[in-house]
Ligand binder design. Structure first.
Ligand code: R5P
Length: 292
C-alpha cells in the first residue's frame, strides 16, 4: 500500500502513513498564475500498488476537488491496482438531494467524477448524509470521529460529567456516541432549515442542562452562525460551562471569534480540516480502517 498525501492533507496523510508504517509518494504541486492546479507524483509507476489518496475538500473546495480528481486519474494512468480516496471533509455533501425543482444534486456529481477517475472506494468522516452516500454504486465508508472528540473532553477531566448535545434531531447519534464516552446524558437542540435560504433556526424545547456543563457537537462549523445561536440558547437554559466540538472546523471568516464571543469555553475540531482548533487527529481512525 502507498499513501499519497494530497496538497490539502499533507500532514494527515503523513500521520496515517506513519501509523501504518507505509511509504508515502511525495507530491509536488503548484498553482499556475491563472488559478489552475499542477500536480506531479515523485514516482515512476504505481503498478500493482494499492494506492490511498488523502485529500480533504474544505475551502477552496473546487480547487481541492480538481486536485483530487487529477491525482486519482494520474494514479489510474500509472497503473495502480486499486485507488482509495480518503476524503475526510466531503465537499458538496450538504446538497444531498434536489430540494427545489431544477436544482443540482451536487454530491451525486462529485461521486460520479471520482468513480470515473478510477476511485474504487471512498473513506470519509461524519458525512453530512451517510445514507445518500450508500445509494451510489461505489463502496463508501463513513467513519465517526465523535468518540475521539469525546475522549478529548474526558481526558480534560471536566468536573461533573457534561451533557452531550447534538445540533438537530437527525444528528442525535452524535450525542449518543459522545455520551457513551462521557456518560453525562444526552439530548438534541431542535433545528429547522429554510430550504430556500439554507439558514437554520432553533426551536424552543426542554433541555436537561440547568447548572450543567454542556458540549455541543456538530459535524461542520462554517460561518459559526448556527453554533452561535445554539450557545445563546443553552446559556438561556441555564447551562454552566459550554464547550463546542466539531469534526470539520471550516471556520470561515470570524467564525471562531463569533463562537467564543457567544460564551464557548473552548472550540475543538479534528485535523479533517487543518485549523487552529484541530487538536484531535483522525489518523488513528483512518489507519485502523485501512488495515482491515
Ligand atoms: C448543518 O446542517 C450542519 O450540520 C452545520 O450545522 C452547518 O453547516 C453549520 O453552518 P454554519 O456554521 O455556517 O452555521
Amino acid at each position: 500500500m502507498k499513501i499519497i498525501p494530497g496538497p490539502a492533507s499533507k500532514e494527515l496523510g503523513k500521520r496515517i502513513a506513519k501509523l501504518l508504517n507505509t511509504e508515502t509518494v511525495p507530491v509536488f504541486f503548484k498553482t499556475f498564475p491563472d488559478g489552475e492546479s499542477y500536480i506531479r507524483f515523485d514516482a515512476e509507476t504505481l503498478q500493482d500498488e494499492n494506492v490511498v489518496i488523502v485529500q480533504t475538500t474544505s475551502p477552496p473546495q473546487d480547487q481541492r476537488l480538481i486536485q483530487l480528481l487529477l491525482m486519482a486519474d494520474n494514479a489510474l494512468d500509472m497503473k495502480a491496482k486499486s485507488i482509495i480516496a480518503v476524503v475526510p471533509y466531503f465537499a458538496y455533501s450538504r446538497q444531498d438531494k434536489r430540494f427545489l425543482p431544477g436544482e443540482v444534486f451536487s454530491i451525486k456529481t462529485i461521486v460520479k467524477l471520482l468513480k470515473d477517475c478510477g476511485v474504487n472506494r471512498i473513506i470519509t468522516v461524519n458525512a453530512h448524509n451517510p445514507k445518500v452516500l450508500k445509494t451510489f454504486k461505489i463502496l463508501v465508508e463513513d467513519l465517526s470521529a465523535i468518540p475521539l472528540l469525546a475522549e478529548y473532553f474526558k481526558a480534560k477531566g471536566l468536573g461533573d460529567n457534561p451533557v452531550s448535545l447534538s445540533l438537530g434531531k437527525k444528528a442525535l447519534s452524535m450525542a449518543t456516541e459522545a455520551d457513551s464516552v462521557l456518560k453525562g446524558g444526552f439530548d438534541y437542540i431542535s433545528t429547522k432549515r429554510d430550504v430556500i435560504t439554507g439558514s437554520v433556526t432553533l426551536e424552543e424545547k426542554e433541555l436537561p442542562i440547568k447548572n450543567r456543563d454542556v458540549i455541543i457537537f456538530d459535524d461542520i462549523i462554517s460561518s459559526g452562525g448556527t453554533m452561535a445561536k445554539a450557545l445563546k440558547l443553552v446559556k438561556a437554559h441555564g447551562a454552566k460551562k459550554v464547550y463546542v466540538a466539531c469534526v470539520h472546523p471550516l471556520l470561515m471568516g470570524d467564525a471562531q471569534k463569533r463562537i467564543l464571543e457567544n460564551g464557548a469555553e473552548e472550540i475543538i475540531g479534528t485535523d479533517s480540516v487543518p485549523s487552529p482548533v484541530s487538536k484531535v487527529s483522525i489518523a488513528p481512525l483512518i489507519s485502523k480502517v485501512l488495515t482491515r
